[in-house]
Design a protein around this ligand. Structure first.
Ligand code: ZN
Length: 346
């Protein structure tokens, strides 16, 4: 099964659908991710939250899983059972590794985790290049593609492409698209870390727009995944530019007003008078910290789910202008689409 483009929308928007085992994953969509970098109680959190997460796909870092399982904080059977009704998206651990002193992670260990967890989606083994000097993108990509080529064909394979801040990603688009074209059958999703594709939102969205345009020229119909992007304004702009899948840790850090995803302090969930499954009939005066944290995170994910539902609906109904106006994005959209060429050169 592959991602199928089912609707072409305004600007560079589209709807992809991936369907397997009775589960549908429709883009644009958000994949909640867990990371040990943010949370020492990761194992406990994954186990207690998974059954309550409304999203159909959840991202776990293979590097985190490997360490937690080894130290007895996670049980392989339990994790696998939790994914009977969800898609597991396995990240290669490059992100966590960058902030860890442990250099004992390698492709063989990653392959072992893939075998143990049997994910539906996984990222090719990647190492984030040094930020001190220009990186050789084609070389970095070819190592990840070699990893994906040798792996299980039945799974959705994600090529995560890295740049050093010393690179100018916009100048490398044609070369990258050519490599993807040559390796079409080994790549199902094309990913970029948000922070590596531009110094600011206009530059990053212009990169995605130009990249999507080149993919279209070569008739490469694959979703683009922006790693580490959660902010709703950024999500709308990236979707307009041509991106499809998002993940991030933002849902763990604040409380979000349902409807517009405005950020509030973590403690301020009772402000919203929300009636979602997590907030309904709660006695805020009596609730324990542990119970509050759990309800907060479930509330946040339901709010995110509602936001993406609205986003998809606007694409289907060809009403993206409504969303652009509501979030006051007119002038920034013009800069990305209108005089993008001029901005790209300066
Ligand atoms: Zn709620």
């Amino acid at each position: 099964m592959i991602f199928k483009k089912i609707i072409e929308g305004e600007y560079n928007t589209r709807i992809f659908n991936y369907s397997k085992c009775g589960i549908d994953f429709i883009t644009p969509n958000f994949i909640p991710s867990f990371s040990s970098r943010e949370d020492g109680n990761l194992g406990k959190k994954i186990n207690s939250l998974l059954p309550w997460i409304p999203q159909k796909t959840v991202l776990i870092s293979a590097y985190d899983y490997y360490n937690l399982e080894r130290d007895g904080y996670l049980n392989t059977e339990e994790v696998r059972a939790s994914f009977n009704h969800k898609f597991l998206f396995l990240d290669s651990g490059g992100f966590e590794l960058q902030y860890s002193n442990n250099d004992d992670w390698n492709p063989e260990k990653y392959k072992q985790v893939i075998l143990e967890l049997n994910p539906h989606f996984y990222v090719g083994y990647d190492r984030i290049p040094s930020y001190e000097r220009t990186s050789h993108t084609s070389e970095v990509i070819s190592k990840s593609i070699d990893f994906l080529k040798k792996s299980d064909k039945s799974k959705q394979k994600v090529l995560l492409i890295h740049f050093s801040p010393k690179n100018n990603p916009q100048l490398e688009i044609k070369e990258i698209v050519e490599i993807i074209y040559q390796n079409y059958e080994f790549i199902d999703i094309i990913g970029f870390p948000e922070r590596e594709i531009g110094s600011n939102i206009i530059q990053s969205c212009q990169f995605i727009k130009l990249f999507r345009d080149q993919l279209e020229k070569r008739q490469i119909l694959k979703p683009i995944h922006i790693f580490g992007c959660f902010d709703p304004i950024s999500v709308i702009l990236f979707v307009l530019a041509g991106a499809d899948i998002f993940d991030g840790l933002g849902w763990l850090k604040s409380s979000f007003d349902n409807g517009n995803l405005k950020k509030f302090e973590k403690s301020q969930l009772p402000f919203f008078n929300c009636k979602c499954i997590a907030c309904n009939d709660v006695n805020w005066s009596k609730i324990s910290s542990e119970e509050y944290e759990k309800r907060l995170l479930i509330h946040n994910l339901h709010s995110v789910e509602d936001f993406f539902y609205e986003l998809r609906n606007n694409i289907i109904e060809q009403e993206m202008e409504t969303m652009i106006k509501r979030y006051d994005l007119d002038s920034i959209v013009k800069r990305i689409f209108g005089n993008g060429e001029i901005d790209a050169k300066t």
